[in-house]
Design a protein around this ligand. Structure first.
Ligand code: AMP
Ligand code: MG
Length: 418
């Protein structure tokens, strides 16, 4: 049996970053930029007004105050999206809207609130300036956000909503990113029934395909469900064949020591099994190896195969610990770990057989301190416990018990955003 670290190291040593593709920017959320992005425009393109107000020559405002306004002749209005036709002369002003280009001759903008605008009715041909302004007041300079020719986004950054916005501001509709892995998912078990079918006595619905597919999707991959295989080598091999053009294979179930646990044999025969037991709870039976696949472009590839345990909680927890980092690495990410916090554990966690325990907990912050409360029954078939938990408290393998009140590391599955 190998440690969590060793298992992760072996997995990450064998999965590779995928190739690049061009995608529409809105499809790229969470993907990693594969090229440096430069700008071929200035943003903003022209000096423009930061306020609704009057474009003026600042020296015309000298000495202006609420008691002693300076009156300027209004010669035009500049709206957004148009270029001012007139030039500003001393003693004149132009009404200007936020974002509209600064007319020639003007060096500052006085916002409406600092003029007598509110007292005037209709369209005045004069305005009273009530404050003194310095040159440059309320002007956004051309290129102050992005200058033409500059490097705007570095290769390797993850695309989040701000990056999507910046790309759009540059006029980029597509961008080169590291591809999302296509992940084939096969459930194994004679007892399983698809959720679209009636449930016969003695059978259970296949939930793993769905929880695992949802995890794949959440972390940026593209799930490709392969249905349900019976507990026979032939059935598993036949189904898996449909997934050999994927970038990763995940099977659930069939990796323990039972008479019908055939996934290990399939992995050993069809590919190269690396390990099948990890010192982790839940999830001791966890197989990993590389299998020969068919690249979409033709040719043979080597694709990682994760044989996750069948228990619904175990498959999800082992996914978070071992599969998620592999998916992120394939997508070109550098940070592969979930956020981890320190919390006071509110109930003891027992550790009976020197495995590292990942206990489902609810983490709450009280008085500036995190507290972790186990979700109750920790059986690995109790899938509803995963709906309650927002973290996994980690009990080290060398400690028989983590006592109530001890500080534990908690791998956060979710921060409470919703
Ligand atoms: P196994 O690892 O195949 O021995 O399965 C362990 C437990 O998980 C058994 O109780 C199975 O019925 C259950 N199980 C296996 N696969 C699934 C699945 N796809 N959906 C729901 N439960 C499953
Ligand atoms: Mg089974």
């Amino acid at each position: 049996m190998i440690s969590v670290e060793e298992a992760l190291e072996r997995i990450l040593g064998q999965v590779d970053i995928l190739n690049e593709e061009e995608r529409p920017i809105l499809d790229c959320l969470g993907q990693v930029l594969a090229d440096d992005v430069y700008s071929d425009i200035d943003i903003p393109p022209l000096d423009n007004s930061a306020m609704d107000g009057y474009a003026v020559q600042s020296r015309d405002t000298r000495g202006a105050s609420r008691k002693s306004p300076r009156f300027l002749r209004v010669i035009d209005t500049v709206v957004t999206g148009s270029i001012p036709k007139l030039e500003l002369e001393p003693g004149t002003a132009m009404r200007i809207m936020t974002g509209a280009p600064i007319p020639k001759g003007a060096d500052s903008v006085v916002r409406f609130e600092d003029t007598d605008e509110a007292q005037r009715k209709g369209h005045p041909n004069e305005t009273g300036i009530l404050v003194e302004v310095k040159p440059g007041k309320a002007i956004r300079r051309a290129g102050e956000d992005i200058t033409r020719g500059s490097l705007v986004l570095n290769q390797g950054v993850t695309i989040r909503p701000p990056e999507v916005g910046v790309l759009a501001s540059l006029g980029r509709s597509v961008v080169k990113v590291t591809r999302r892995p296509r992940v084939a998912i096969l459930a194994t078990g004679n007892e399983l029934v698809d959720i679209t079918q009636p449930l016969p006595t003695g059978k259970i619905y296949n939930s793993n395909t769905y929880s695992v597919a949802a995890l794949v999707q959440r972390y940026g991959g593209i799930p490709k469900p392969l249905g349900i295989a019976l507990d026979s080598e032939d059935s598993v091999v036949a189904r898996l064949r449909q997934g050999l053009n994927a970038d990763m294979l995940i099977t659930t179930g069939g990796v323990s020591l039972g008479d019908y646990d055939v996934v290990k044999d399939v992995l050993a025969k069809q590919g190269k099994m690396d390990f099948w037991r990890v010192r982790v709870k839940p999830g001791k039976p966890l197989a990993f190896g590389m299998t020969k696949g068919h690249a979409q472009a033709g040719g043979v590839t080597s694709i990682p195969h994760f044989g996750l345990p069948g228990n619904p909680v175990s498959s999800m927890v082992t996914f978070e610990i071992f599969v998620r980092p592999a998916i992120l690495k394939m997508m070109g990410k550098k940070n592969l770990t979930k956020p981890t916090i320190e919390a006071v554990i509110e109930e003891p966690i027992k550790n009976t057989d020197r495995r590292r325990v990942f206990a489902r907990v609810v983490v709450e912050k009280r008085g500036g301190q995190y507290f972790a409360h186990p979700t109750g029954a920790q059986g690995s078939g109790i899938l509803t416990s995963m709906t309650l938990a927002n973290g996994l408290a980690i009990a080290p393998e060398d400690k028989p018990v983590v006592k109530k009140g001890d500080i534990v590391q908690v791998m956060m599955l979710d921060w409470n955003e919703e």
